[in-house]
Design a protein. Structure first.
Length: 567
């Protein structure tokens, strides 16, 4: 391909009638003042979109514009450029075409970058335009650290030789940050944040050390290494979290914080002795941008409107239920952040404190010094709170104190591990709480699950299997809806899974007067029937089926959560 010509971007956009001359003059003035690129100034001021700039360049240069969101990247071809080169020249090797290499560039008029790429690749180049945002996101995804982690693990294994080093001493040594174990952990943290992992699992096996990440609720193998590095990793993590490095026979748990790419991340760590060594699980809690507004949780509009009204009441209990990892804490904190005003005193009692919210008082439970939920909750009530969040109703004493607080003029938020909204009240009664207290205190029960979202980049129509068809018919979903079913075929964007990201599905049981009377009734079946009638058409499965009809999730995902609900 011939060397591209230099183009004046502003004149090009005016010529193609994407911006006016006045907008260009304003942007040039802003560019002069701030030193930012002209394109960035135009986008930030809303005069033009990144896609429009890229398409205008492609049209002028007579080269293709490629939307990377729908381009399945081949890592073998992409890695013909190193990550450093890709970032420096804002370029990606995309595919082989007639003996030439197709290169996507954010700025194909960058003559220096073109010359350098030609020199590095020593072959014919064809250019395409890609947006800078999508290019950087693709670089983050493609140049993953799996190989780097394997290399560091090998380096650590060679350092250890046939003996085990005391990494307790290493923690205090000068230059410890250059040690292979530190580099390996740093690489793991960076990769976990990059791929949106919620948990990291370090699991020693008989002959190998297995490192897995949980992404969108599912575990994925990240790398395998020599089993002899396991104790070095565990010792280093214990040092970082202040655990007893000499105790290897008992489970321990702790917490530490790291900065990963200028982002604050809290890690909750739990160790447990296994047959082949200590296993470690770390939960990642992002402190930057971890909060989600209630409107972004995905509740149906009617439910969201009613939930917002309920959380603004002055007393009563709001319960969010579901299994571990179903997003309960996120929902509670979204609700708290919405009512966190200067005239409200909010106290949280948690184990551990998962998100940090400015303006509220957060207390960490510590069973080792007998600082239990019930003890902290009693103290919290003497601090004149308006709103209390109890991390979890773990025992009868905590449940009764929380319900009494709800009866005496406090708004109490908490969680329970139950299958659905209707069963929650019986769980409280089973814990020894009087029925009258449950009936008069609980205002609303919100049950939720997280389902995986079909990957936008490889979504395609799906014809249900015979088992899926049978399940859909059992749920009363008409056969003419099957034309809208989607699934992901698997691509580089979703790591071949067909899913990327998750959606919340909800059901809400509001304790109306008839339901409160049914809850206090001696016959539990009476309440269950009333609850089912109350939620008819708006259960967890109904909400999930709605997402399926819109092509956002798959039949297989809904069948998976229906098994949890209906067990």
């Amino acid at each position: 391909m011939a060397r591209p010509e230099k183009i004046r971007l502003g004149d090009l956009l005016v010529q193609q009638k994407l911006i006016t001359q006045e907008q260009l003059m304003f942007a040039l003035g802003e560019q002069k003042r701030s030193g930012r690129k002209l394109g960035k100034v135009l986008i930030d001021n809303g005069f033009v979109s990144e896609d429009q700039i890229s398409e205008a360049l492609a049209k002028q240069l007579n080269i293709p514009f490629i939307n990377l969101k729908f381009h399945n990247v081949n890592p073998d071809i992409t890695r013909k450029l190193s990550e450093t080169q890709a970032r420096r020249f804002r370029a990606l090797a995309l595919e082989e075409r007639n003996g030439a290499l197709l290169i996507g560039m954010a700025d194909p008029t960058d003559l220096f970058a073109f010359d350098e790429l030609s020199r590095i690749l020593t072959r014919d180049i064809e250019l395409a335009v890609v947006t800078e945002g999508q290019l950087l996101e693709t670089i983050d995804r493609v140049y993953r650290r799996t190989e780097e982690m394997s290399g560091l693990a090998r380096e650590l294994s060679e350092d250890l030789g046939d003996t085990y080093v005391d990494f307790g001493a290493l923690g205090n040594a000068v230059g410890a940050e250059d040690a292979p174990v530190v580099k390996l952990l740093q690489s793991m943290f960076e990769e976990a944040v990059k791929v949106r992992a919620s948990d990291m699992h370090i699991e020693p096996q008989e002959k190998r050390l297995q490192i897995r990440f949980r992404i969108d609720g599912m575990l994925h193998l990240q790398t395998e290494a020599d089993s002899k590095i396991a104790s070095a990793l565990v010792l280093r993590l214990k040092l970082m979290s202040g655990l007893d490095i000499s105790e290897k026979r008992l489970p321990q748990d702790g917490r530490f914080s790291v900065r990963v790419n200028d982002q604050a991340v809290d890690l909750r760590i739990a160790t447990c002795p296994t047959q082949h060594g200590e296993s470690v699980v770390m939960r990642l809690l992002r402190q930057d941008g971890g909060m989600i507004g209630l409107e972004k949780l995905g509740m149906p509009p009617d439910m969201l409107k009613r939930f917002r009204e309920i959380i603004r009441r002055s007393s009563g209990m709001v319960l969010v239920t579901g299994p571990t990892g179903s997003g309960k804490t996120t929902t509670l904190y979204s609700a708290l952040s919405e009512i966190n005003t200067i005239d409200q005193k909010i106290i949280t009692v948690e184990d551990p404190v998962e998100y940090r919210l400015p303006g509220i008082n957060q207390v960490q439970v510590n069973e080792k010094i007998e600082l239990s939920f019930s003890r902290v909750l009693r103290s919290a009530l003497r601090l004149d709170p308006d709103v209390i969040l109890v991390g979890e109703m773990r025992d009868a004493e905590t449940a009764q104190i929380g319900l009494r607080a709800a009866m005496t003029g406090h708004l109490v938020f908490s969680t329970l591990h139950t299958r659905d909204a209707a069963g929650t009240l019986f769980r409280l009664v089973d814990m020894g709480t009087p029925k009258y207290m449950v009936a008069s205190s609980v205002q609303v029960v919100l049950a939720q699950r997280l389902i995986r979202r079909v990957c936008d980049s490889c979504s395609e129509p799906h014809h249900p299997s015979p088992q899926e068809m049978e399940w859909l018919e059992h749920e009363g979903v008409l056969s003419d809806n099957h034309g809208s079913l989607q699934h992901g075929r698997g691509c580089s964007h979703c790591n071949g899974t067909g899913y990327r990201g998750r959606l919340g599905v909800y059901e809400m049981l509001e304790m109306t007067q008839p339901l409160a009377e049914a809850a206090a009734h001696h016959d539990s079946l009476h309440f269950m029937q009333a609850a089912r009638d109350n939620m008819k058409g708006s259960t967890l499965i109904d909400h999930a089926l709605n997402h399926m009809r819109q092509g956002r999730t798959t039949v297989a995902e809904i069948m998976r959560i229906s098994n949890q609900v209906e067990d």
